[in-house]
Design a protein around this ligand. Structure first.
Ligand code: FES
Length: 254
């Protein structure tokens, strides 16, 4: 874990309240793993607490980190107000990411809404040595705008929207069931709204497939020093910022 002052290269509105920030880093980029997160310091120190933001992508050749985030309150609004050329202090990478040391497997990645954030890097890393299928879901076209920032060349992928404005009309579970009936997947990875992840985990279990889920929690310190992110699991209390945010779904979901 490193603390670094990074130059903001870009901080643009993607759609709705969702932003994409690109920063130039060094050690914070080299150590990055899919599924981890960073604590970003807000502008001017107005908000004392840093904001936990999922890693969207790490371009290790060019030392660039990408964060896809949503304005949820004053802190993230403050982040969204920062401009290219400004310096932001970031802390990370933090937490336990997805399992990526896998090869020769059939893998299914399911992202929903803002849960698409960790999937860009995850898909790139996994697809180097595995066959990856990606299902991306959201409420509407606006929620899917981030897809233009993904590189899905050679990746079997499907988009679903609740209102049918783009892709398949429906939710990710319908498509997931269809794919899992037709083919045996070795592992499922998911991030998205809680209800969606529970349904993905249950579907994976039905097809006897291991599943990893990335949880969201309120975080104050991000480094295991408070109790802000504690959750109850089948194996006792765990801290999302340290033991997660990625967990084996069997730990969390019945
Ligand atoms: Fe403080 Fe996890 S955010 S312990």
């Amino acid at each position: 874990m490193f603390l670094e002052n990074c130059e903001i290269l870009e901080n643009k509105l993607v759609a709705g309240h969702n932003y994409l920030m690109k920063v130039k880093g060094d050690k914070t980029v080299k150590a990055a793993k899919a599924g981890q997160f960073y604590m970003l310091q807000c502008k001017n120190g107005v908000y004392f607490l840093r904001r936990p933001i999922s890693l969207h992508y790490a371009d290790k050749e060019n030392n660039i980190l990408e964060f896809y985030y949503e304005i949820k309150g004053g802190g993230t609004k403050d982040l969204a107000s920062m401009k290219a050329g400004e310096i932001i202090n970031i802390q990370g990478p933090l937490g336990t990411g997805f399992t990526t040391e896998i090869s020769g497997k059939e893998l299914l990645v399911v992202g929903g809404g803002m849960g698409m954030a960790p999937m860009k890097l995850l898909i790139e890393v996994l697809s180097k040595n595995n066959k990856v299928t990606f299902i991306a879901g959201g409420r509407n076209r606006e929620a899917m705008e981030i897809m233009s920032n993904f590189n899905l060349d050679g990746i079997e992928n499907y988009i679903t929207t609740d209102d049918g404005s783009v892709g398949i009309h429906g939710n990710v579970i319908v498509k997931m069931e269809e794919l899992m009936k037709a083919k045996k997947y070795d592992m499922v990875f998911t991030c998205g709204p809680q209800k969606m992840m529970e349904a993905v985990a249950k579907t994976a279990k039905k097809f006897e497939t291991k599943c990893e889920i990335s949880l969201e929690a309120r975080m104050a310190c991000g480094v295991k020093a408070c109790v802000g992110c504690s959750i109850k699991t089948k194996f006792g209390m765990k801290k999302v910022c340290h033991d997660g945010p990625v967990f084996d779904s069997e730990t969390i979901v019945d």
